[in-house]
Design a protein around this ligand. Structure first.
Ligand code: HPA
Length: 237
């Protein structure tokens, strides 16, 4: 059996999946942190792997960019492969006092996407992280010495040509990070009754036009991957 977008056999994917946007990052995480990792998907080059981390079976797969791509993979992972826990490990643009390299744990994700409205009528869904997963990330981060901050973030459909008025509105609402996936992932997880959390390294400071180097992004991703894996060890349904 496979799905339109995932060519894996039943049981090949663990109940917890780390979701970086970039499939090559999925491969890097699997090669660096997982034992006995095997590749479970290469359809459309959206690489996915399953291995073990300190004895626990965990998968990591690319999600692609944006809510539509992420939702396709997350829906198939949940409905067909019985995935119960999805942890996005990505990057975001930082606003206000969000510092380059800082890790934000996204408590809520506002959005300009209509993805959740299509399932929630004309109402506004408060797309939020699973509390147990968020709490575990805060606790584990403190234990392993990774500085994180719980924050509201914004998921946008448009990477380019955002207006400064829009950014000011976001700042005024205490939003510190802008990315493109979490609101869809959270809304979907809420509807499907599974756990989701987005961890985001601030890779671009939008107020100061400052950016992490490729090396620094890599380091940030490694730290977050470790945090996500440690959270997965503690996770319960
Ligand atoms: N906007 C949207 N997504 C992003 C950004 C950004 O500035 N930086 C990293 N992901």
């Amino acid at each position: 059996m496979s799905t339109p977008h995932i060519d894996a056999v039943p049981g090949a994917i663990a109940d917890t999946v780390l979701l970086p946007g970039d499939p090559l990052r999925a491969r890097h995480i699997a090669q660096t942190f997982l034992d006995d990792a095997i590749q479970v998907n290469d359809r459309r080059n959206m690489l996915g792997f399953t291995g073990t981390y300190r004895g626990r079976r965990i998968s990591v797969m690319g999600s692609g960019m944006g809510i539509p791509s992420t939702a396709i993979y997350a829906t198939e992972l949940i409905r067909v492969y019985a995935v119960r826990r999805l942890i996005r490990v990505g990057t975001c643009g930082g606003l206000g006092d969000a510092a380059l390299g800082e890790v934000l744990l996204a408590q809520s994700a506002s959005t300009d996407s209509h993805f959740n409205r299509q399932a929630f009528g004309a109402l506004d869904l408060a797309a939020c992280a699973d509390f147990a997963l968020l709490q575990s990330a805060v606790t584990v981060a403190a234990r392993v010495g990774i500085a994180t901050r719980v924050s509201a973030i914004f998921s946008t459909d448009t990477f380019y040509d955002g207006s400064s008025e829009r950014l000011e509105l976001l700042r005024r609402h205490g939003i510190r990070g802008v990315e493109m996936e979490a609101a869809g992932l959270y809304g979907l997880a809420m509807r499907e009754g599974v756990q989701a959390l987005a961890m985001l390294t601030v890779s671009d400071q939008l107020d100061h036009d400052a950016h992490l180097s490729a090396n620094e992004r890599e380091q940030g991703l490694g730290r977050m991957a470790q945090l996500a894996l440690e959270c997965a060890l503690e996770a319960r349904d």
